[in-house]
Ligand binder design. Structure first.
Ligand SMILES: [Zn+2]
Length: 90
């Protein structure tokens, strides 16, 4: 997710991601892969669980990323998510 936030992801292969807990803050909308009773950014207690795929898809849509949805059997082979990255030479 860090590479996605940095704009380094060129193409994203997104299937179902098993066993990953993600949460989002209702107050500041910060998403996090860490499970906590409070937001890691604003300390609000108004946090709720969101499927990892949803958070990653929203971040990808907000950037210039090609999003590909492989068949489920293929997605399982790479754990539900894979990406090709951009490399900067400067
Ligand atoms: Zn927050």
């Amino acid at each position: 997710m860090h590479e996605l936030e940095l704009g380094r992801v060129k193409a994203l292969f997104l299937g179902t991601i098993p066993d990953v807990s993600t949460q989002e803050c209702a107050d500041c909308l910060r998403s996090s892969l860490e499970e906590s009773t409070t937001c890691v950014q604003c300390r609000s207690a108004d946090v709720y669980r969101v499927p990892a795929e949803e958070i990653i898809l929203r971040k990808a849509l907000a950037t210039d990323v090609e999003i590909l949805a492989p068949e489920e059997a293929l997605a399982k082979e790479f754990g539900g998510i894979a990406a090709t990255l951009r490399y900067c030479t400067t």
